[in-house]
Write a protein that binds this ligand. Structure first.
Ligand code: NAD
Length: 440
């Protein structure tokens, strides 16, 4: 359970690694530096499109906004907010909004760029964007949270919109925050604009299947990869870090397919059962208690031992920077499926690659969420809503096609799946760039 240190709040911090959570200070690169390194790795594979590669290394647009609100005690507090549109060559910007005291412009820039890659990798017609406010929402009352959300939405209102840039939930933001964002934007426009955000409540134009979409995508690509490496899912042993939206749903789907979920770790602790945990009962326990801690019928396991557990599939689905140079050598799994964003540090990635552990990178493995966000946006535009079965069927088809294309590129070029995903995505983005030409 690596946790990040709270960084001092205050002045904006451009691309320096200072005041970043510890996992992002690896190699002093900072998140934007890590992203640039990933782009550099794929440039040799881009052929003639390489001449446009510089496009990928510069966000199209970055907005820093002051978010002043009146606190419940009558004083005024100022928070710093960001919205970055990394690339819009293939369509409007798309990416979540994060409320966290450690948010920095460097982090938001990198997250927006990874959204460009993810959206292109699953071939949905979006560019990449991301936003955030440097605030600890746990210190705010519900009224203060609403005022922060509404003022931030108003400030970034000059660059977002259903055909320009569509925010969504991310760390510490949820359906309720999306409803406030949609309402604020709509009030300013003078017309209800459901398509301005995704991840909304279903009654406000949200999509069925969105909540389960990321976990379902994790499961789908996991099955595809297992087939390629001759791993029988019905006999696989699975370990999951994070038992929330992504990890909990993925664990349920693997268990339904016959896998044994042998270990689960969340913020409360680690539980283990050699013969496999009852995932349905564990989900009910977590819904009731808030953590896997205290679940009966398990063997105790120290948190540190989690990464070394004997399993075939390991699913980090909690936080960034969990698989590091310090624990990558312990991982027994044949396959790591990145449910979380950025759970593996670049050094750990290399260690796993050298040890022949197949890593299914976040930019494809957790793209199920944005895929159903795309469905939500399409449904909002047409005001015609699909059944959950239709949504799941289309999601699985998109995930399988996307993974198949990435797998082929990895085989053809003998590169990791992360580099292959970047190759597929960067080619799509730069091909669009080339066809559109440069304005003026
Ligand atoms: P969530 O809040 O529903 O669940 C997070 C889980 O992580 C919880 O079980 C929590 O207990 C656990 N956790 C928190 N701190 C931990 C620690 N120190 N050690 C171990 N476990 C810890 O969040 P989520 O929506 O499931 O998102 C998880 C990850 O997946 C995040 O990185 C998120 O950015 C990424 N992601 C989510 C979606 C989505 O659609 N929800 C889409 C793409 C990526």
């Amino acid at each position: 359970m690596n946790t990040s240190q709270a960084a001092p709040t205050g002045a904006s911090n451009l691309v320096t690694a200072h005041a970043l959570p510890s996992y992002l200070q690896a190699d002093n690169l900072g998140p934007w530096g890590i992203y640039l390194q990933q782009v550099d790795r794929v440039v040799p594979y881009l052929g003639n499109l390489a001449r446009w590669a510089e496009t990928l290394k510069r966000p199209k647009r970055a907005l820093i906004v002051d978010v002043p609100i009146q606190l419940d005690n009558g004083t005024v507090a100022h928070f710093e907010g960001y919205r970055v549109q990394h690339n819009t060559s293939r369509g409007p910007g798309k990416g979540g909004v994060r409320f966290h005291q450690d948010v920095t412009l460097s982090e938001v820039m990198a997250l927006s760029a990874w959204m460009s890659i993810k959206n292109a990798a699953v071939n949905v017609p979006f560019g990449g964007a991301k936003g955030g406010i440097r605030v600890d929402p746990k210190t705010l009352s519900i009224g203060e949270l609403e005022r922060v959300t509404r003022r931030y939405t108003s400030e970034i209102g000059i660059i977002i919109g259903p055909t320009k840039d569509i925010p969504a939930p991310d760390v510490n933001t949820n359906e309720k925050v999306m409803a406030w964002m949609m309402d604020t934007y709509s009030m300013n426009e003078g017309a209800t604009a459901t398509g301005v955000v995704t991840g909304k409540p279903v009654d406000l134009g949200g999509s069925l299947g969105r909540r389960e979409a990321t976990g379902r995508g994790v499961f789908t690509v996991g099955c595809e990869a297992a087939r390629h490496i001759g791993l029988d899912i019905s006999k696989a042993r699975v370990a999951v870090q994070g038992f929330g939206n992504v990890g909990g749903i993925a664990a349920k789907l693997f268990a339904q397919a016959g896998s044994k979920v042998v270990a689960v770790q969340d913020h409360g602790g680690t539980i283990f059962r050699e013969s496999g945990l009852d995932v349905t009962a564990l989900l009910a326990h977590v819904a009731h208690v808030g953590s896997v801690k205290g679940y009966a019928d398990t063997d105790v396991m120290p948190d540190d031992a989690f990464w070394g557990v004997a399993c075939d599939i390991m699913i980090p689905a909690a936080l960034e920077g969990q698989i590091t140079a310090a624990n990558a050598g312990q991982i027994q799994a044949r396959m790591v499926i990145e449910g979380a964003n950025g759970p593996t540090t670049p050094q750990a990635d290399d260690i796993l690659h050298d040890r022949n552990v197949l890593v299914l990178p976040d930019v494809i493995a957790n793209a199920g969420g944005v895929t159903v966000s795309y469905f939500e946006w399409v449904q909002d535009f047409s005001s015609f809503f699909w059944s959950e079965d239709e949504i799941n069927e289309r999601l699985v088809r998109i995930m399988k096609d996307a993974f198949g294309a990435v797998w082929q590129v990895a085989q053809d070029n003998q590169v990791s799946l992360r580099t292959a995903t970047f190759i597929v995505a960067c080619k799509r983005i730069l091909h669009s760039r080339e066809m559109r030409g440069l304005y003026p």
